[in-house]
Design a protein around this ligand. Structure first.
Ligand SMILES: Nc1ncnc2c1ncn2[C@@H]1O[C@H](COP(=O)(O)OP(=O)(O)O)[C@@H](O)[C@H]1O
Ligand SMILES: [Mg+2]
Length: 233
């Protein structure tokens, strides 16, 4: 398989098997996927089809069973634990359904946390955290704690946190799954704008209206990427 210079991530025939006691679950059964720089891709599929497994592998949060995964041209299998931690921290911005914000910390403290783990000096951390929050329209809310913000605002804090490290790719797993329709629109317009300004986004969802906002869509069923013609079936 040839690897394009323009690819941020490339999966080549990736499988993932979870072994739980005597039971083996094949969550991914040979997935090949190329995400180009600046692309906004939606990965769709019903519950249990393997979307989160795929996201965890793309985010280097879990390892594949067989196949190959390249990120920015590096074969993930050849990277040691330190290099992987650095890629997770600097190259990948995560957005989760549950926001995963720390309730005791203000918005800007939440956003600066990954920068702290990334070794960015204190003054620069604060500056970058505030800039990221302004970017998502939360300049006036930097001192609010998550409990003092709406669901949509909390998810925007999570997006600011994902942006603060200037990652190569943003991975969002059902980012609107816990939001009402107004907050969903809020977060999706933010993704539209990030895409317009050159970000690479992979958004996982089981909702058609959410996936329709992306530039390209792939469908996952039973651990496979299926042909568009099979989707209606
Ligand atoms: N940590 C795990 N251990 C065992 N089985 C798992 C684990 N995570 C997911 N699975 C199984 O893998 C399959 C795909 O799950 P998942 O990737 O979470 O799907 P989705 O995100 O599309 O709902 C399911 O059958 C699920 O039960
Ligand atoms: Mg999932």
């Amino acid at each position: 398989m040839s690897v394009s210079q323009d690819s941020v991530v490339t999966l080549d025939d990736v499988t993932k098997t979870y072994q739980t006691g005597a039971v083996a679950v094949q969550a991914l059964r040979g997935v090949s996927l190329d995400v180009r720089r600046g692309e906004y891709l939606a990965i769709m599929g019903p519950s249990g089809s393997g979307k989160s497994t795929l996201m965890n592998i793309l985010g280097c949060l879990d390892v594949l069973t067989t196949g190959r995964y390249l990120i920015n041209g590096h074969d993930v299998a050849s990277l040691g634990e330190n290099d992987l931690a650095e890629i997770r921290n600097k190259e990948i911005g995560f957005v989760f359904q549950q926001f995963n914000l720390l309730p005791a910390l203000s918005a800007w403290r939440n956003v600066e946390l990954p920068l702290f783990y990334g070794g960015v000096p204190a003054g620069e951390r604060k500056e970058r955290a505030i800039r990221a929050l302004e970017r998502v329209g939360l300049g006036p809310r930097i001192h609010h704690r998550p409990g003092e913000l709406s669901g949509g605002q909390q998810q925007r804090v999570a997006v600011a946190r994902a942006l603060a490290s200037e990652p190569a790719i943003i991975l969002a797993d059902e980012p609107t799954g816990n939001l009402d329709s107004a907050s969903t629109e809020d977060v999706l317009s933010l993704f539209d704008e990030l895409h317009r300004t050159g970000r690479t986004i992979v958004l996982i969802t089981h909702e058609q209206e959410v996936a329709d906002r992306a530039q390209r869509m792939v469908h996952v069923r039973d651990g496979h990427i299926i042909d568009p013609a099979e989707v209606a079936a």
